[in-house]
Design a protein around this ligand. Structure first.
Ligand SMILES: O=C(O)CCC(=O)C(=O)O
Ligand SMILES: [Fe+2]
Length: 178
């Protein structure tokens, strides 16, 4: 993961009027979108374990992922799997990091695809079986009044990880036990 904020190409994409329009349609006016992240999921990697980007609890704070895929993503590269409607189901239940969940949907985005994903939705990325990295760009947005710090704590099936305290790790390594 790295910052691409200095790149004119990323700034153009980040500030694209269509992206702002979609975001405003979902979040309403006054949203913030402070940064961007580029994720290289290494070839032969373990994907990303089931997670929610932030705690769902009683708080209504959440992030909106705006995921853009610059290259075709095949199942072998690592599909993105999500459970529609799960942002209303509370904390992700305990279980295996890549075990199928009821109602899950698999997406293999073509180059240029934009996926809007509520941060409380249960989601995972399947292992990259190829030797080339899988690429995704995320311009996270936050509703008015919600700090970007809301995503400090990622929620996994068997624990949580505070990414503001330590380096990001999405490979299914057991997180802090709850
Ligand atoms: O790379 C992906 O397809 C999903 C990444 C993800 O879960 C996230 O950025 O929160
Ligand atoms: Fe995520």
């Amino acid at each position: 993961m790295g910052s691409a904020e200095g790149s004119p190409a990323f700034q153009t994409l980040h500030r694209h009027t269509a992206l702002a329009g979609f975001t405003q349609a979902v979040l309403g006016p006054g949203f913030t979108d402070p940064g961007s992240s580029v994720m290289f999921s290494v070839g032969g990697g373990r994907g990303q374990a089931w997670h929610q980007d932030c705690p769902s609890g009683e708080s209504t704070g959440f992030n909106l992922n705006r995921l853009i895929y610059p290259e075709d993503v095949t199942l072998e590269d690592g599909g993105i799997v999500a459970v529609p409607g799960s942002h209303k189901l509370g904390r992700i239940p305990p279980g295996g990091h890549q075990d199928p969940m009821s109602g899950e949907v698999l997406l293999t985005p073509a180059a240029g695809t934009l996926i809007l994903l509520h941060g409380h939705v249960y989601h995972r990325v399947t292992p990259n079986l190829n030797q080339r990295p899988r690429l995704s760009v995320n311009f996270r947005a936050f509703p008015v009044g919600v700090s970007a710090d809301v995503t400090c704590v990622g929620v996994y099936r068997n624990g949580t990880v505070n990414f503001c305290d330590k380096a990001k790790q999405h490979d299914g390594t057991p997180a802090m036990k709850v």
